[in-house]
Design a protein around this ligand. Sequence first.
Ligand code: NAP
Length: 293
Amino acid sequence: MSKPTVAILGLGIMGSGMANRLLSADFPLAVYNRNREKCVPVASAGAFIADSPREAASRSRITLSMVADDAASRDVWLGEEGALNGAPAGSVLIESSTLSGGWIQELAAKAVERGCQFLDAPVTGTKPHAASGELVFLVGGSAEALDAARPVFSVLGRDVVHLGPVGSGSLMKLVNNFVCGVQAASFAEAVSMVDAGGLDRAKAVSILTGGAPGSGIVKRVAERIAANDFTPNFALRWMAKDLAYALRDASIKGISLQTAAAALAMFEQAIAEGHGDEDFSAVSKSSKRLPHL
Ligand code: NAP
């Protein structure tokens, strides 16, 4: 059976890796990125560069968006030149960015009005996983839409978890990232305490990473601090965005995420100090000194 044409909207860190994966698996591909320059490498590997999300979606049976935040998602899906305006009836529309539950529900309703199938399918994994097809898709939506999207997910990911109706994937992703954000922030504070107390940092970090606190995320932050390399795999400003969306979605459900609020304050301080475009592990670089000391 011939492969369906796929559109990828957003060729940032994640979207560009995903587009390259689809090209290497011989999917016909249309791409759209707000800054057109980022399309050039995938175009030389065979992708069609669309002038608008609408044009990309109009050529495709499956359209996947991988953009920054709710505002970016609105910009690529809505409006005269938005993907919804070009998507053929019956095509499958996938939102893989990490977004708020409210916007996902609104977008899903608009996709249904258009006669399309919709999945929210954010991912775990980061830059290298996007490039090597080892993402994990957290999916909300119908089993039928998921079946139609599976050939694409199986090239981009190592696993697909169907969590329930539309919104379930996004909710799971916000829960996942809120726990990651809190752990990263608490590890950053731990390193400050180690340094302020005059402990040997390498020894202290190896106790933490080799012991009970040594989660995958803590190990990743520890490696970045040791290497003093904050080149973004996942930008700090997007971790702050995920914490803010988690807090908002939890509060709509009557839940208070106190640890997420504390972590968000630390990420916001790091953004104010100019670290927003660095890797999220740069939360360790922001000042944690009490003002009166
Ligand atoms: P990124 O490298 O910063 O790329 C962001 C993308 O969004 C770019 O293509 C950018 O276009 C586009 N964009 C931003 N504002 C826009 C607007 N108003 N209109 C149209 N396009 C807009 O981010 P990323 O790391 O690929 O992350 C993409 C999404 O995946 C985010 O929701 C993030 O939270 C999520 N995510 C990231 C990771 C990770 O490890 N990086 C892992 C899992 C999930 P321009 O190039 O024109 O700026």
